[in-house]
Design a protein. Sequence first.
Length: 44
Amino acid sequence: MLIGLSISKDGKQIADVPNAFIAADGIEYALGNKIPLWLFGFLY
């Protein structure tokens, strides 16, 4: 399984990738394929 991850506010770079997620700044909750960037701080 291939998973793509992009750190941006829009999904232009990963529009054609089926299992892709966006690590977005400025959002508080995950919605769809967008994950809040601050959640990755808990993995550190």
